[in-house]
Design a protein around this ligand. Structure first.
Ligand code: NAP
Length: 249
């Protein structure tokens, strides 16, 4: 059995929906205190309310992960509310898919800004508290697309590949203070991000998955809980795929 996260102070970005919301619920069930961060105030509040119903503590914060100044301010506020930060899950992410020759500059920039720079913004703001604690877990939600590429996702693949390089570097920088930094690379997961894909695209993805099904947000949350636990204390700088075998290399 995985040890509890009782009393651990956790930030989860993009926790208003999908994978982030599932991680927030799972961590709250394990006893953690959750800062529910999302660009949507409404969905952040909904996640926090759902967590409170199960008797755990969660506070919603409206934040654009891509905004450096805002992130620093919000992390300071969270530290005032919680006392410190011990676990950070950089999950906030967006897609703006189109073929390279049709991709607008702003579609490239925004995807990099939210996915990659958002991960930098939160990691930088939280690291000093983890350094003080001499303990920490940073879990970055990348994607198998960052390793394999995908037609129509040059911006997203670049951002996720960037997160992988970022993860490996920061893991080396922070290891001596007992802070682990890992990336999870989900494959095709059923969430609001993927629910509007045309049926033929879904069928094409399913053909690539040896286990023959989409993953669930809970599949990712279970792995995330393990990586945050004491049992995973010797794992750092890794990219852990959770994709039903979509990318076996
Ligand atoms: P989702 O349901 O769309 O959840 C993403 C959440 O992030 C949403 O609540 C979204 O708010 C929020 N968000 C968007 N921009 C933000 C910003 N600038 N600052 C803070 N929050 C922001 O998608 P998901 O599938 O759960 O994705 C979660 C993570 O998993 C992403 O990093 C994604 O790239 C990654 N991932 C997903 C899959 C998949 O198949 N679903 C596969 C591999 C990796 P709004 O809804 O208001 O925009």
């Amino acid at each position: 059995m995985i040890s509890s996260l009782k009393g651990k102070k956790v930030i989860i970005t993009g926790a208003g929906s999908g994978i982030g919301k599932a991680i927030a619920r799972k961590f709250a069930e394990a006893g953690a205190l959750i800062a529910v961060c999302d660009i949507s105030e409404e969905t952040a509040q909904m996640t926090a309310k759902e967590i409170e119903i199960i008797g755990a503590k969660a506070i919603p914060y409206k934040i654009d992960a891509g905004n450096f100044t805002e992130v620093n301010e919000i992390v300071e506020k969270i530290v005032q509310d919680f006392g410190t930060i011990e676990i950070l899950v950089n999950n906030a992410g967006i897609t703006k898919d189109t073929l390279l020759i049709r991709m607008k500059e702003e579609d490239f920039d925004r995807v990099i800004q939210v996915n990659l720079k958002g991960t930098f913004n939160f990691t930088r703001a939280c690291a000093r508290y983890m350094l003080k604690e001499r303990w920490g877990r940073i879990i970055n939600i990348a994607s198998v697309i960052g390793e394999m590429g995908n037609i129509g996702q040059a911006n997203y693949a670049a951002a996720k590949a960037g997160i992988i390089g970022f993860t490996k570097s920061v893991a080396k920088e922070l290891a001596s203070r007992n802070i682990t930094v890992n990336a999870l690379a989900p494959g095709f997961i059923k969430t609001p991000m993927t629910e509007n894909l045309p049926e033929n695209v879904v069928q094409e993805y399913l053909k690539l998955i040896p286990l023959g099904r989409e993953g669930t947000a809970d599949d990712i949350a279970n792995l995330c809980l393990f990586i945050a636990s004491d049992e995973a204390s010797y794992i750092t700088g890794q990219v852990i795929r959770i994709d039903g075998g979509m990318l076996i290399a």
